[in-house]
Design a protein around this ligand. Structure first.
Ligand code: SF4
Length: 325
């Protein structure tokens, strides 16, 4: 699999295959892909997470111990299925709260009424992951159960406890509060993610009515000052109706403040049918915008391949411009 094939797989996002081929089933509980059955496919050093859907135009079958993906009978990739540790390979990636009081119109989480994990449950999950000998990093994310302050306090408490127990990088992604960057850093976090979701101001107002983009941007800026260069990233959804020019402006704005954007392909979810316009980006569009991102990262002296936690080293859902291109 090369970058072009990976872009094609991300653009389609799913394969039709026998789910029993997956040893450990992945059903993400956070973000736009929440609730879908998915697995990690690795080929030629590139990784992609694919949903399993009977209606997919791609067919995946096992042949001599390899998973072969075909489109209209033509082979497009061949590789292996990777086991996840917690949520993704090599990491204990824990979602503290699987509910959200925010109501971003692309996201199914507010409609899924998921669980809230206790500290004991999370510590046990991470301890089990550590005992497997495969845990290279710990990542923590969350929806918003009561308030952003409440999530920051829980993340802070958890990170203090994890820092005492484990000597691996810790990444954290929450909705920012006034002092979240400083508190999470003091607690022992190494990397930070605050998601802008989209950098198109007009679209942001419509699709993230409970979030304030300028607040997130200010927090990102301060996050870079506190955490340092190449440690702060942000999910940037592509396919919410923004133009390439708008996406490019947004990429440059983030990179210019020291933030590494993660260009995430917008995904349709049946629970959000009719509430939002999703134009899943084509492989060409993903490649174009990621080439632009790489150019900007290089220009501003930032790297996407030095992160050790969360989505940038995972690469399951996105093209990492310094790993995949
Ligand atoms: S890229 Fe991020 S959201 Fe996707 S599987 Fe990896 S860790 Fe999860």
């Amino acid at each position: 699999m090369n970058a072009e094939t990976k872009a094609q797989l991300i653009s389609i996002g799913s394969v039709n295959m026998d789910p029993s081929l997956i040893h450990r089933l992945t059903i993400p509980t956070a973000g736009p892909g929440a609730g879908n059955l998915a697995f990690f496919f690795n080929s030629g050093g590139h990784r992609v997470r694919l949903a399993v859907k009977s209606g997919s135009p791609l067919l995946a079958e096992m042949e001599n111990g390899e998973l072969v993906i075909r489109k209209e009978d033509i082979e497009i990739a061949r590789g292996g299925i990777e086991d996840e540790l917690i949520h993704c390979p090599d990491q204990a990636f824990v979602t503290m709260c699987e509910k959200c009081i925010f109501d971003c119109t692309f996201c199914p989480v507010p409609k899924l009424s998921g669980k809230v994990k206790s500290m004991e449950q999370m510590l046990k999950m991470i301890s089990d992951a550590h005992l497997s000998g495969k845990m290279k990093a710990i990542s923590i994310t969350s929806g918003v159960e009561e308030s952003p302050e409440h999530e920051v306090t829980r993340a802070e408490e958890l990170i203090y406890m994890l820092r005492e127990r484990y000597n691996v990088p810790i990444g954290v992604s929450v909705y920012p509060t006034e002092d979240s960057s400083r508190r999470l850093k003091v607690a022992g976090a190494d990397e930070l993610k605050y998601n802008v979701e989209t950098m198109d101001r007009e679209i942001h107002l419509r699709v993230c009515p409970d979030q304030k983009l300028e607040h997130v941007l200010n927090a990102l800026k301060e996050g870079v000052e506190i955490f340092g260069k190449n440690t702060v990233c942000s999910n940037f959804i592509i396919g919410l109706g923004e133009t390439d020019r708008s996406a490019e402006r947004g990429i440059e704005e983030l990179v210019s403040i020291g933030v590494v954007p993660i260009l995430r392909a917008a995904a349709k979810h049946p629970l959000r049918e009719g509430e939002v316009i999703i134009e899943r980006p084509s492989a060409q569009r993903l490649l174009h915008l990621n080439h632009y991102l790489r150019q900007k990262l290089d220009e501003y002296g930032l790297r996407a391949d030095t992160f050790e936690t969360m989505c940038l080293p995972c690469t399951g859902c996105d093209i990492n411009p310094h790993i995949d291109l």
